[in-house]
Design a protein around this ligand. Structure first.
Ligand code: NI
Length: 168
């Protein structure tokens, strides 16, 4: 197990479109355990492979209070999005310290392989549904700040670049 470095917005690599995972093999199993460790260490509820600069369709999520219900989604596909939408504040491990309102479908039905390579259908609502949509956006190269107004997005970009310069 190893902690993986997380790309920070506005790193252009966050806009890479991920490719399908070809086989759930040892390399993917190792990546899953590293991504879970990285997500828990960073106190996140979800992490997409894109965020650790691996451009394959793989997501880890844990929205449980106890942080003991890891979910692995490989090659996820949306089957259904509820017409009912909700608006809530979102954050992202690639945009630390920034939280802002995004509108999403309140419920989703998706299909994905799990960590054992089994095809699963998952129905999710509320926080889990929002998290799945947020993470699936990462696989398409999309970061949640892109839903915000250009003014807000530019402000966030400036703030992030400033913080990144200060770190160096
Ligand atoms: Ni994110």
């Amino acid at each position: 197990m190893a902690l993986l470095p997380i790309l920070s917005y506005p790193d252009p690599r966050l806009h890479t479109v991920a490719q399908a995972v070809k086989a759930v093999d040892d390399r993917i199993r190792g990546l899953i355990s590293d991504m879970l460790e990285t997500m828990y260490e960073a106190n996140g509820i979800g992490l997409a492979a894109t965020q650790v600069n691996i451009h394959e369709r793989l997501i880890v999520i844990d929205v449980s209070e106890e942080r003991n219900q890891p979910m692995v989604l490989i090659n996820p596909e949306v089957l259904w999005l509820s017409p009912e939408r909700v608006r809530g504040d979102e954050g992202c491990l690639s945009v630390p310290g920034i939280y802002d309102g995004v509108e999403r479908a309140r419920a989703v039905k998706i299909q994905a392989l799990d960590g054992a390579g089994q095809l699963r259908t998952i129905e999710a609502e509320d926080l889990l549904a929002v998290c799945i949509q947020h993470e699936m956006d990462h696989l398409l190269g999309k970061v949640f700040v892109e839903y915000l107004s250009p003014l807000k997005r530019n402000r966030i970009k400036t703030k992030m670049l400033k913080a990144q310069r200060a770190e160096r």
